[in-house]
Design a protein around this ligand. Structure first.
Ligand code: NAP
Length: 438
């Protein structure tokens, strides 16, 4: 057995991910030493309660409730506690005392990323976070390293497994959102409080992280436009299917080029994706990230976006990278944010839309609706009209219109929808969905 130098590894957290990381570090110690060129010695595991039952049985003497002592004596700190505090302070302490840091903490990086990266830069250390977006899927390193010589144009990601599971079941079973959500909670695919997933907060954090890397620009979380999936109904899914689309919650990070120069847009919303697009075949709780780059063309990264063991794979890859860097010496490679592109609001985004309306079924209605849309520069590309059977005793009959528009700016579309809502001929604006991936 080669006599490798020992690197002290501090693990913060032994939950779903941390317990698997600890177990794999202990189980595959020799192999990891050969790959890293250093023996990764698990010096201790900081938890709140050393006696809590764990997914994996680990030596009792490794647990500690004194994270500071563990961190300041470590070469590599793995933060798997989650949340902002004390994770942030622990990471800063680790960097300040010369350790490299590995974390899966998307909430922290999306809100305090610049502070953490600056702290690493000051001391020449590195922060690794492959597991912070799309779990086991290698996407951070491809964006940071493999595509560093290219120019990313667009990323479309299914980065939240819970919402993909819900939408996929609604699509395959024709079920309602509330029923599938309740089932997902029972099966452990959704949390008791599903807000972070179904309202798009989790996806927005990942979008901020991916966009920052792809466009070499620090993207704050509040610059990410966010809409969730709670308004998606079985009818909307069925209409999408009839028009050749599937509804997916997408994180879209896009480079926009106008005569004023380049800017970026980062947004999360449920969108219509053509059934022929690779993202349409991402089923269940899986994740996928579709990247379009100027030279590389289209690339798709697919796999498990969560799960303790799966996520541990990404964390351990980072630990090996950190160990190699430690052995090679020199300063870490900081985050590249020098492009500093302006981030535009949703109003500047240009896409196609599908608008579903209930309207009075009478002569001239179509012309008035086309007129209301075109006032702001939105033009009709496709139109499907179906009569809604009249309710007994009611004078007025109603029709349902599904309008596909040509490409238009989001601000123009919103204004057009306001005009439609206020119009006498429109009884109800049923839904407005954007089309992505055509
Ligand atoms: P988890 O199951 O809730 O585990 C958290 C662990 O951190 C527990 O062991 C807990 O200790 C410990 N901890 C929390 N606060 C602490 C404190 N103040 N002091 C000491 N220890 C503390 O979390 P997880 O699912 O493993 O997630 C860890 C991180 O990975 C999060 O940032 C998460 O977003 C990210 N992530 C998770 C997944 C996934 O599939 N789970 C996927 C991708 C990324 P006790 O056990 O004693 O309470």
């Amino acid at each position: 057995m080669t006599d490798y130098r020992r690197l002290r590894v501090a693990l913060l957290g032994a939950g779903a991910v941390g317990s698997q990381v600890a177990s794999l570090l202990l189980k595959h110690g020799d192999e990891l030493a050969d790959r890293a060129g250093a023996r990764l010695e698990l010096a201790g595991i900081a938890v709140r309660n050393p006696d809590a039952p764990r997914d994996v049985e680990l030596p009792r003497e490794l647990y500690t409730t004194d994270p500071e002592a563990l961190i300041t004596s470590a070469d590599i700190v793995i933060e798997l506690m989650g949340g902002i505090e004390p994770a942030r302070s622990h990471i800063l302490l680790g960097l300040g005392s010369g350790a490299d840091v590995v974390t899966a903490n998307k909430a922290l990086l999306a809100t305090h990323g610049p502070e953490v990266f600056e702290a690493a830069d000051r001391v020449g250390a590195s922060v690794y976070y492959e597991a912070a977006a799309a779990g086991a899927i290698p996407i951070i390193r491809p964006l940071r390293d493999s595509l560093a010589g290219d120019r990313v144009v667009r990323i479309m990601g299914i980065v939240n497994g819970t919402t993909n599971y819900i939408l996929d079941r609604m699509d395959s079973e024709g079920a309602d959102f509330a029923d599938v959500l309740a089932d997902a909670q029972r099966l452990g695919y959704a949390e008791a409080d599903p807000t972070a997933d179904v309202e798009g907060y989790d996806a927005a954090q990942k979008a901020a992280i991916l966009a920052s890397l792809a466009f070499h620009t620090a993207v704050p979380l509040d610059a990410v436009h966010r809409e969730g999936i709670t308004t998606i109904t079985a009818d909307m899914i069925e209409e999408a299917r009839e028009a050749g689309f599937v509804i997916k919650l997408l994180a879209v990070c896009e480079r926009l080029t106008t005569e004023d120069g380049e800017s970026i847009s980062v947004r999360v919303y449920p969108a219509l994706v053509p059934r022929s697009h690779p993202l349409a075949s991402v089923h269940g709780a899986n994740n996928a990230v579709f990247v379009e780059a100027e030279a590389a063309g289209s690339l798709m990264f697919y796999g498990a976006g969560a799960g303790g063991m799966q996520t541990a794979s990404a964390v351990l890859g980072d630990v090996v990278s950190a160990a190699r860097r430690h052995m090679a010496g020199g300063t870490g490679v900081g985050e590249s944010t020098r492009a500093n592109l302006p981030i535009v609001s949703i109003g500047h985004v240009v896409t196609r839309y599908q608008i579903t309306l209930e309207v009075a079924d009478q002569p001239g209605v179509l012309a008035s609706i086309a007129g209301l849309l075109s006032e702001g520069g939105v033009s009709v590309a496709t139109l499907v009209q179906t009569a809604i059977p009249a309710v007994e005793g009611e004078q007025r009959s109603t029709a349902r219109l599904i309008i596909g528009t040509h490409r238009a700016a989001d601000s123009a579309l919103s204004a057009a929808v306001e005009r439609l809502t206020a119009s006498d001929v429109v009884e109800h604006v049923v839904s407005v969905l954007r089309v992505e991936g055509e």
